[in-house]
Design a binder for this molecule. Sequence first.
Ligand code: 13P
Length: 248
Amino acid sequence: MRKKIIAGNWKMNYCVNKAEEFVSQIKDTINTDEVDVVICPNFVALDRISDLIYGTNIKLGAQNVYFEDKGAYTGETSVNMLAAVGVSYCIVGHSERRQYFNETDEIVNKKAKKLLEKDIAPIVCVGETLEERESEKMYEVVEKQVRNSLDGIDKDLIMNKVVIAYEPIWAIGTGKTATAEQANEMCKYIREVIAKMYDEETSQKVRIQYGGSVKPSNASEILNMSDIDGALVGGASLTNDFVAIVNY
Ligand code: 13P
């Protein structure tokens, strides 16, 4: 039985004080062990939020990382730096990073591997554009992203640590949700890709989230689908809607 994982990707929102205020306000209502709850604030708020959620079941996530250990990489943050402030998950390959910061599958793969060395779970994002869906290339595109992003990662880590997030780009921040069936179909397909890359057991254990306009009104339908193991929530994770989604 795969435990659901619901993560809030705050993107570039909330300064430290606002982040603290919001988490203080909601933390008791999202402190559950029925699902894994992850909050991914901006880098500058990680340390303070880490203190705030200490002793709860809520986990801290980062939104990005660099794959080198240290050195002259102005503006970058290493895996050790994340580990030192209590980060246990890190989003990699979000479509916004692929689109605006030229992040490729190869970079995503290096980041995921580096995170795993430090026992931080990568949340590896994949997903197609509207054009790719309309031209029915979505399976091909997503399969390639999954294969390349996870290349060379051990089966045990895929089963027990890595999280895959299927986020169709056309559904992010647009209010346009994939139907629960469309989302489930792709998550199921990703599971088949994992079965081809590894084996059936691995494909049954890996956790696959859906992300893209998840809100209280569609959370329970999405989260009750057979192959969807959680949600990566953007906009709705910045408000009390996140409480409703966690308690779907
Ligand atoms: P929205 O929930 O705002 O559509 O964002 C989804 C997302 O990109 C989460 O990573």
